[in-house]
Ligand binder design. Structure first.
Ligand SMILES: Cc1cc2nc3c(=O)[nH]c(=O)nc-3n(C[C@H](O)[C@H](O)[C@H](O)COP(=O)(O)OP(=O)(O)OC[C@H]3O[C@@H](n4cnc5c(N)ncnc54)[C@H](O)[C@@H]3O)c2cc1C
Length: 422
């Protein structure tokens, strides 16, 4: 049995006009949510975040595989995809990372059009600041690596940074000696990314089950055969695990132990103010990064809580450090009030790079370990996972990110190379 075709309305000036004339009565549900799941699917995807939904979309769009079910224990995009600070960039050091994250950035550049859904992608540039001589050396090294890897990069001195980012503290405790700009970096609307992929996958016939938890994995003869869920057992040929901060939990259902540790990462938004910051700014010395949302809120991020936890709360010292960092950079923001604070759980791999591979159990794939930086990787993560599931072979860009590196030692240690936290 094939999945029923589902036709959510298209968005555009004409359909909006039509809605205005007929009291908005023509809209159809976005999601293809069956009352009950089918007994068997070709592919079951665990996790209805950006990576799971993108995988579903590219399975259908690139490989014609539509007997697919995405199983989400909460709601679409309610995990880290809906909790992140939406920064998109590809300013990594190693060629393997540059290939992965720049594939993603390139896909983001055409995503609104490709999915007929405005994801509000804003290439406002992403700055990394240097506050001491060693920081400047690091930026030179990063800029050279990025340019050699074919990624856009501009190095500016302190005066150049100030000319491009008005309002920076004229007398900071940590002097601003320079900055590395990736002009193609920026932000996108996180919920829109999840819903755009969900809608595109639904149009192709993919089933999406919300409020359905996967509770077990069944295998026979070293091959995955079914998933157990809160709505019964569903048999399948392949399973993709894309559950961000809970990969170890789901892997344990199959008796696997992943080289992953899980930490809380928190973020904050201020009350909305008029436009005052037109770029994304990361300052390693103050431990903070920020941008301004289209609504006017300052979107502020900090480092991981450095203790292992599944508590989606975040700790007070990180909040204090982030507030101090913002005020150090922009003293005029000191009177702003925090509007919201939240945290998500991030799965961090020892070499700070993701895992994209089929596991030792045939048919059981993992798209995980994105740590604090997987939002920017959603299009590539989905694209590459779909390729592996459909063809049975890892795409050349995904190959370095397989399980094999933990036995060969061919790590891609971006924490050491580009100072990236995850
Ligand atoms: C505060 C914060 C800020 C961040 N900032 C950025 C940023 O600026 N840029 C960037 O690139 N990245 C950022 N990230 C990281 C990014 O958000 C994640 O890497 C990315 O969203 C992961 O996407 P995903 O689809 O893998 O996971 P998720 O969006 O978390 O989706 C996984 C889903 O799996 C579901 N699930 C879990 N277990 C089960 C189960 N047993 N059964 C069924 N469903 C299950 C969850 O409910 C969840 O919805 C940030 C993360 C946080 C927490």
């Amino acid at each position: 049995m094939t999945s029923a075709p589902h036709k959510p309305a298209r968005y555009g000036a004409f359909s909006l006009l039509r809605g205005g004339l007929n009291r908005q009565s023509h809209w159809t549900p976005i999601l293809n949510e069956p009352d009950a799941p089918e007994r068997h699917y070709d592919v079951v995807i665990i996790g209805g975040g950006g990576h799971g939904l993108a995988t579903a979309h590219y399975l259908a769009a690139n490989h014609g595989i539509t007997r697919v079910c995405v199983i989400e224990r909460g709601w679409i995009g309610g995990g880290n995809t809906g909790r992140n600070t939406t920064v998109i960039r590809s300013n990594y050091f190693f060629p393997q990372s540059a290939a992965l994250y720049d594939l993603s950035l390139g896909l983001y550049e055409g995503l609104s059009k490709a999915l007929d859904y405005n994801i509000m992608f804003s290439q406002r540039g992403m700055w990394m600041l240097a506050h001491d001589r060693h920081g400047m050396e690091m930026l030179h090294r990063s800029a050279n690596a990025m340019l050699l890897n074919g990624v856009d990069a501009e190095l500016h001195d302190g005066a150049g940074v100030r000319a491009r980012i008005p309002g920076l503290n004229p007398n900071p405790r940590f002097p601003i000696l320079g900055g590395l700009l990736q002009p193609r970096g920026g932000t996108a609307r996180h919920d829109a990314v999840a819903w755009a992929y969900a809608r595109a996958a639904s149009r192709a016939g993919v089933h999406i089950l919300q409020k359905t938890a996967v509770t077990g994995l069944r295998q026979q003869g070293g091959r995955i055969t079914a998933v157990e869920t809160s709505r019964g057992t569903i048999s399948c040929d392949r399973v993709v695990v894309a559950v961000a901060g809970h990969s170890s939990e789901v892997a344990a259902m199959a008796g696997l132990s992943l080289p992953i540790q899980s930490f809380a990462l928190q973020a904050f938004v201020s009350e909305p103010v008029k436009p005052c910051l037109d770029t994304v700014l990361l300052s390693p010395a103050t431990g903070v990064y920020l941008s301004q949302s289209d609504k006017g809120e300052l979107v502020i991020g900090a480092g991981l809580d450095l203790f292992i936890s599944y508590a989606q709360r975040g700790s007070l010292p990180v909040m204090e450090q982030a507030a101090a960092g913002v005020i150090e950079l922009f003293p005029q923001f000191s009177r702003l009030r925090f509007l919201r604070q939240w945290a998500g759980i991030c799965d961090v791999v020892h070499d700070s790079s993701p895992i994209l591979d089929e596991s030792a159990i045939a048919g059981l794939h993992f798209n995980c370990g994105w740590g604090t930086g997987g939002f920017k990787a959603i299009p590539a993560g989905g694209w590459l996972t779909a390729h592996h599931v459909a063809t049975g072979r890892a795409h050349p860009i995904a190959q370095p990110f397989g399980f094999g590196r933990f036995t060969s030692g061919a790590m891609i240690d971006e924490a050491a190379a580009s100072g990236i936290a995850h």
